[in-house]
Write a protein that binds this ligand. Structure first.
Ligand SMILES: *Cc1c(COP(=O)(O)O)cnc(C)c1O
Length: 462
């Protein structure tokens, strides 16, 4: 695996993230009379729409919004299970909400609708192109309405290039990949995964060989949703070569929804680069970067896009995007965030999140709760809590026997401490009667050495 050189000249070397020592954590919430973590969720006023407006309307609307704000503020303190950064401030851009901005059409061509933010969009795309080593005159891309749309677009490009291709994707890949296969009616082979969540390379090779007469459209996930496994692009390229696939017979789409903005800032992490024969990369920008509106970046090679495009007279542009109207605000938020954080800011945020993830894993193990944390990852995987109400309270996302916390920027050590102690306390109640229910064994899912069930407990190292 090639080591990540830093994409831009960085002032200082990244600290080794995997150091065992956990320093006391920065950036705690301000001292309040009562910690928001100790307060129960406020009752929310149910929103309704009345048929007649009256003199009390404005006051009522204000109350409903104030109540909703209380609720979501409360929930943000317990938002642990999803890869969304809730720590951002776009107050400086609030005036933009007075405008409808629409970036419909191809950002490189523009459109006849003049209230667009295409210049910001292009600037953001250039930044990502540079990050992923593709020249300005060789790439094409756009800011989509969500990560799913990025995956749909990348896979569609692959299908247009290789119309009788088969999609290969792993069991742990995002559900949008299977959606793409269904929508575009492409035969899809789902490949098993390793314990880390990575695609099972041997199984992938066997499947490709089984369908040797058909081109391969391969979706690789750089940071799987549940475990944060990173499919190894180099290994897959090697497999393709071993199977006798020349570059014109495969297309690789890289789904880097969360890690696309993390791996480039970690020394030694696998590098996302168009210097390798990959076709497209997506990253969700409401995830690590943080944005109040869902959006993602898709970057592909310019030479492929002509295949997809069609002139549309009505908007004076080229029809290259999946969605028609595209909100123009997102691109400005992204431009703003990238400028405010800069390379060093992002690097620091990645480092802090990954450090806190190690802290969380250690705290869970300290309570006798088995857990797994992949290298370069901020996703801590552990057993699914017995009580769904507990999961809901902490916005955990569960799958089978597994649950996880994704340590994002808004998550403080206090939040993690509070979560772990509540989890441990509840667990001792759920499994009090040791003759009946027992904590699930998740050795098969996260590896025996990470599991703390009664059988595997002896193997775990605390
Ligand atoms: C979040 C995610 C996506 C995109 O999801 P959206 O909700 O459509 O933005 C794609 N792939 C992976 C691996 C993800 O985790």
């Amino acid at each position: 695996m090639e080591n990540a050189g830093l994409p831009f000249p960085a002032g200082e070397q990244v600290l080794t993230l995997m150091a065992n020592a956990i320093e006391p954590i920065q950036k705690e919430e301000k001292q309040m009379e009562k910690s928001p973590l100790e307060i129960n969720e406020p009752q929310m006023i149910k929103p309704t729409i009345s048929e007649f407006s009256g003199k009390d309307t404005d006051a009522h609307l204000e109350n409903v919004i104030a109540s909703f704000l209380d609720t979501i503020t409360h929930r943000r303190y317990r938002c642990l299970g999803y890869p969304v950064n809730q720590d951002f401030n776009y107050d400086a851009l609030v005036q933009l909400l007075r405008f409808f901005l629409n970036n419909m059409g191809d950002p490189f061509i523009g459109s006849s609708f003049s209230l667009n933010s295409h210049p910001f969009e292009l600037c953001v795309l250039d930044w990502f192109a540079k990050l992923w080593d593709i020249k300005n005159n060789e790439y094409w891309g756009y800011v989509t309405n969500c990560g799913t749309e990025g995956n749909l677009h990348g896979i569609l490009v692959g299908r247009e290039l290789l119309p009788d291709g088969i999609i290969y994707t792993s069991r742990d890949s995002h559900y949008s990949v299977l959606k793409a296969a269904r929508l575009f009616r492409i035969k899809c082979v789902v490949v098993g995964t390793l314990i880390s969540g990575e695609i099972d390379y041997n199984e992938l090779k066997a499947s490709i060989l089984e369908n040797k007469d058909k081109p391969a459209i391969i979706n690789l996930t750089l940071g799987t949703t549940i475990k944060g496994g990173i499919d190894d692009v180099d290994l897959v390229l090697q497999i393709l070569e071993e199977c006798g696939f020349s570059e014109d017979r495969f297309y690789i789409h890289c789904d880097a929804a969360l890690f696309g903005l993390m791996l480039p800032f970690i020394n030694g992490a696998p590098k996302i680069t168009f210097k390798k024969p990959i076709g497209s990369v997506t990253v969700s920008c409401h995830k690590f970067l943080g944005c109040p509106i869902p959006c993602s970046i898709i970057i592909t090679r310019l030479k492929y896009v002509d295949l997809l495009s069609k002139e549309v007279e009505y908007i004076s542009s080229r029809d290259t995007t999946i969605s028609g109207s595209r909100g123009g605000h997102a691109s400005i938020f992204l431009w703003y965030a990238l400028n405010k954080k800069g390379f060093n800011g992002l690097q620091k945020e990645v480092e802090e999140c990954n450090k806190k993830a190690i802290y969380l894993r250690n705290c869970l193990r300290g309570q006798g709760i088995g857990s797994m944390l992949n290298k370069f990852s901020n996703i801590v995987v552990f057993e699914r809590p017995l009580d769904d109400a507990f999961s809901l309270k902490w916005s955990l996302s569960n799958e089978g026997n597994l649950s996880h916390v994704i340590v994002m920027q808004h998550i403080s050590v206090k939040m993690l401490d509070s979560f772990v102690s509540e989890f441990a306390k509840n667990r001792s109640i759920w499994y009090k009667d040791s003759s009946s229910k027992k904590p699930p064994c998740i050795g098969e899912e996260i590896g025996a050495k990470n599991c703390a069930c009664l059988v595997h407990k002896k193997l775990i190292s605390f």
